[in-house]
Design a protein around this ligand. Structure first.
Ligand code: AP5
Length: 214
């Protein structure tokens, strides 16, 4: 099963992608997490990506696409994967389709987690992220068991640099301009699934499972 998660920044793509990965035993591949790991490790890719991420801009397609296309050729992707944060532009979607076509393959579902902009800024200011293992929490809707500490690996949780309200506004602008057109792209292929992302996390997941099957 090859799944793409679509939705505005903070819509809950990562939250749902992690649960899909666990239930269907496929890897969760987040380009945002890959970039953040590179920033943390001080790699050249991380330094380059940070320049864009801190401003709420997209990392250029050529850096992102090669990285993703290489990743999905790994052995753990044989039975599928859930892509979170990729593609984000029409050229990225076309590159992915071309790479898959060479393997005689195609995306099965593009799931759009729909949340209006008004809800997004509130959500982002409450998000806390673990930069060590990629786990995500919310101080109100999905708190960690111990204050500011990751349940999974025990690292300290942080407010991401790009979750400050000014940067979130820029990310939303970029989303509407460059990423939202992907909805028409996947609707035209008849693989777009819409879910209401304003519901509780469990209810959003139940709606997704209803489409993907038990
Ligand atoms: P990325 O990490 O992909 O950020 P994003 O798309 O902006 O998405 P987020 O991770 O911010 O949010 P999410 O939708 O996963 O929400 P979450 O589940 O955490 O990318 C960051 C940057 O990297 C980009 O801006 C760009 O610069 C660069 N980049 C990455 N990929 C790229 C690409 N392909 N091309 C170019 N550049 C790229 O949930 C948010 C919060 O809400 C959490 O606190 C969560 O607990 C809470 N929550 C979730 N669901 C619910 C719910 N139903 N009810 C209440 N609270 C909820």
């Amino acid at each position: 099963m090859k799944i793409i998660m679509l939705g505005a920044p903070g819509a809950g793509k990562g939250t749902q992608a992690k649960q899909i990965a666990e239930k269907y035993h496929i890897p969760h591949i987040s380009t945002g997490d890959i970039f953040r790991a590179n920033i943390k490790n001080g790699t050249q890719l991380g330094k380059e990506a940070k320049k864009y991420m801190d401003q709420g801009m997209l990392v250029p397609d050529e850096l992102t696409t090669n990285l993703l296309v290489d990743r999905i050729k790994n052995a753990d992707c044989e039975n599928g994967y859930v892509l979170d944060g990729f593609p984000r532009t029409i050229p990225q979607a076309e590159c992915l389709d071309q790479a898959l076509a060479k393997m005689d393959d195609a995306v099965d579902y593009a799931i759009n987690v729909d949340v209006p902009d008004e809800n997004i800024i509130r959500r982002m200011s409450g998000r806390r992220a673990c930069l060590s293992c990629g786990a995500t929490y919310h101080i109100q809707y999905h708190p960690p068991k111990a204050d500011n500490t990751c349940d999974v690996c025990g690292s300290q949780l942080v407010l991401r640099d790009d979750d400050k309200p000014e940067t979130v506004k820029k990310r939303l602008e970029v989303y509407h301009g460059q990423t939202q057109p992907l909805m028409d792209y996947y609707a035209a292929k008849n693989i777009l699934i819409q879910v209401d992302g304003t519901q509780d996390i469990e209810k959003v997941f139940a709606d997704i499972v209803q489409v993907l099957g038990e």
